[in-house]
Ligand binder design. Structure first.
Ligand code: ADP
Ligand code: MG
Length: 357
């Protein structure tokens, strides 16, 4: 369990103060995966640095299973940091070391006996599906395999928390899915508490149990995936169930009101539009639609255009009575996109940076 309470980080830029984190509070239960999504400059990297104690928060607290990290003395920082495994966008492996040598590195740093290191490294490589790759060098591995080595290294110190900073942003879609499945599997098997920093909504969709939207240092939306996805006013819902921009279809309905409708759970099983068309005796055109299963529940997001003579207020009331979120919309409102939050991809994939030191 990781708990962040009222975390604040202020940087001094010359005479100016920059508030990078402003009262961030979140809590992630053991065995679950929390996604943090946000635009560039939102404070994601600052949050990572505060969680890994690379940066001291200005105020507020971070605790892991009840142990307060922010009050740890400098001499104990290394030990505290070992409770957090870090997975980076580029695996940051040491080129001069084999897969086994990379995974061994954090264990060598704390002077683990040699034979213990050997068995532990074999265990870890097996855990991430890399049995038989002990002696391969990073240059001989695919991007996905390198990330697996990075994950094995992050797990070497038996951490409670896995902190993944854009773990799949440098991978192709198929490899992304593989790595996310691995992270999900490890979360359950090892009962880890996992935070994934990402700008990709697909990552959130595939593995996160809950999600926070970070904006200008503040968490502006958060919740279980199935809760945020059911609310039309939520930016996260709009990004989870994106609708393409659309133009009114030329023809009979061209000047009618446009509605956005979001239904979930039981209401997703009802023939809602047919109900509206029958009840009000009007025609309806679907302009755009998105249907997803999130967290085991079905969600649908539609943009529809009603006949010009439709009684909009009555239709909205009819839908809301049935537990369906609906509101008048612009025909072409685009879905929010967090892609500009992507960190630069030109960072070299290597470097002697090691892992959990
Ligand atoms: N070391 C620093 N000194 C001064 N300002 C910083 C420092 N690190 C980050 N900032 C500022 O804090 C804000 C959040 O940055 P960052 O955490 O890097 O955002 P993100 O990772 O979401 O893009 C930005 O306005 C950034 O300019
Ligand atoms: Mg960043």
């Amino acid at each position: 369990m990781i708990t962040v309470t009222d975390l604040r980080k202020v940087y001094q830029q010359g005479k100016k103060e920059v508030v990078a984190l402003d009262g961030v509070t979140l809590s992630v239960p053991k065995g679950s995966i929390h996604g943090i999504i946000g635009h560039s400059g939102a404070g994601k990297s600052t949050l990572v640095r505060c969680l890994t104690l690379l940066d001291r928060p200005t105020s507020g607290s971070v605790s892991i299973d009840g142990t307060e990290l922010s009050s740890v003395r400098d001499s104990e920082i290394r030990a505290a940091r070992r409770r957090i495994g870090m997975v980076f966008q580029h695996a940051n492996l040491m080129d001069s070391r084999t897969a086994a040598g990379n995974v061994a590195h954090p264990l060598e740093l704390v002077k683990t006996p040699k034979d213990r290191i050997r068995t532990r490294v074999a265990e870890l490589l097996k855990l991430v599906g890399l049995e038989g790759f002990e002696n391969a060098y990073p240059s001989q591995l695919s991007g996905g395999q390198r990330q697996r080595v990075g994950i094995a290294r992050a797990l070497a110190s038996d951490p409670d928390v896995l902190l993944c900073d854009e773990p799949t942003s440098a991978l192709d879609p198929a490899t992304t899915d593989e790595i996310l499945d691995l992270i999900q599997d490890l979360t359950q098997r090892l009962q880890l508490t996992v935070l994934i920093i990402t700008h990709e909504m697909n990552v959130v969709k595939r593995v996160c149990d809950s999600v926070s939207l970070l904006s200008r240092g503040r968490i502006v939306e958060h919740g279980a995936l199935r809760d945020v996805a059911g609310d039309l006013d939520s930016q996260l819902a709009r990004a989870l169930l994106p609708l393409p921009a659309s133009e009114p279809l030329p023809g009979a309905l061209e000047r009618g009101p446009v509605l956005e409708i979001l239904f979930s759970g039981d209401s997703a099983k009802e023939p809602v539009l047919t109900g509206v068309a029958r009840r009000f005796d009007i025609d309806i055109n679907v302009l755009a639609g998105s249907v997803e299963t999130l967290d085991g529940q079905q969600f649908g997001h539609l943009r529809v255009q009603l006949a010009e003579n439709a009684d909009l207020d009555a239709v909205l009331a009819y839908l809301r009575e049935r537990g369906i979120s609906a509101k008048r919309a612009a025909p072409a409102a685009p879905a929010p996109d967090f892609a500009d939050a992507a960190p630069p991809t030109s960072v070299p994939s290597t470097g002697e940076q090691g892992g959990n030191e």
